[in-house]
Design a protein around this ligand. Structure first.
Ligand SMILES: Cc1ncc(COP(=O)(O)O)c(C=O)c1O
Length: 288
């Protein structure tokens, strides 16, 4: 018997183990939970203050499906300041975490039966996102010999007639592997020449200890770059991230966001504007 699409979805095991750790009976010994990727620092004070102000003024409504203008502008300005990249504001789409950003991106570029290349090892949810939109995840095996970096040759070999996109993370989870900009440029060019899309998960970009890394957007306008406030600003529970969307996909991503999510959370968005103040930047750099 064929398994239904939903039945094929595997649990996100770290969430199950975290739930078990939280469920321990009263009086049980303290558990040091190391299951899920969460900074153990508080959200920086300027962000929390901005949320208090918004809440006090009862500013809690739906927003534009791709987010508040002020936040989209602040995100675009941050790319200008850190990476000297011009990102047009209308190409920034705010999402409920990188998770919603990846789901939106895959829903935008994959049709049922299409293949998505995902690194193995890699972030386990990626395979499930693909399955959830009716696509087929295909492993792109990385190994120690190449420092766990996905390479163009491997992508070319794995690419078949039904492949539509490749999803890479840099720095990657769980390997920490970084894909250099030259390789990203070559991969992006080749993937576009096949009519496909390169999706870059850059949520660990600002946490690298190997000096400041530049976004993949500095070598291509034609990639989908997913990012998040979760780790960089210790904002996991605020559920906020963003996608820099290629021009050709802005319309479809907006329509999907309108239908699937209506809008990202207003309170978190107003708070996150303060993530780009110099005070927060100092705190976040200290956390790193
Ligand atoms: C590589 C990677 N992508 C995406 C996510 C999801 O992050 P968010 O909290 O922004 O949804 C995680 C979370 O650990 C991750 O490690």
């Amino acid at each position: 018997m064929m398994m239904s699409r939903a039945e094929a979805i595997r649990p996100f095991y770290v969430m199950e183990i975290m739930a078990r750790a939280q469920r321990r009976p009263a009086g049980a010994p303290e558990v040091v939970s190391m299951v899920v990727g969460e900074p153990d620092f508080p959200t920086p004070a300027p962000i929390v203050r901005a949320a208090h102000e918004a809440l006090d003024e009862n500013r809690i409504r739906y927003t534009h499906a791709l987010g508040l203008d002020a936040l989209r502008q602040a995100i675009a300005q941050d790319y200008q300041d850190r990476d000297q990249i011009h990102v047009p504001v209308h190409r920034v789409g705010v999402t409920a975490g990188a998770s919603a950003g990846i789901l939106l991106s895959l829903a935008a570029v994959l049709s049922a039966g299409d293949e998505l290349l995902v690194t193995d090892p890699g972030y386990p949810c990626n395979r499930q996102f693909a399955l959830a939109v009716g696509a087929i995840p295909k492993p792109l095996v990385t190994n120690a010999e190449h420092n766990y970096q996905p390479r163009l040759e491997a992508i070319q070999k794995a690419w078949g007639p039904k492949t539509r996109a490749v999803l890479l993370a840099s720095p990657a989870n769980p390997t920490g592997a970084i894909v250099d900009l030259e390789s990203i440029q070559a991969i992006a060019q080749w993937v576009r020449s096949k009519g496909g899309w390169l999706i870059m998960d850059e949520i660990y970009l600002r946490l690298s200890l190997q000096g400041p890394l530049r976004s993949a957007l500095s070598v291509s306008n034609d990639i989908i770059s997913v990012n998040s406030f979760s780790k960089t600003y210790s904002m996991t529970g605020w559920r906020l991230g963003w996608v820099v969307i290629p021009e050709a996909l802005v319309g479809v991503m907006e329509r999907l966001a309108q239908n699937l999510f209506i809008s990202p959370p207003f309170l978190s968005q107003q708070a996150a504007i303060a993530a780009f103040s110099s005070e927060t930047r100092r705190i976040a750099d200290g956390y790193r």
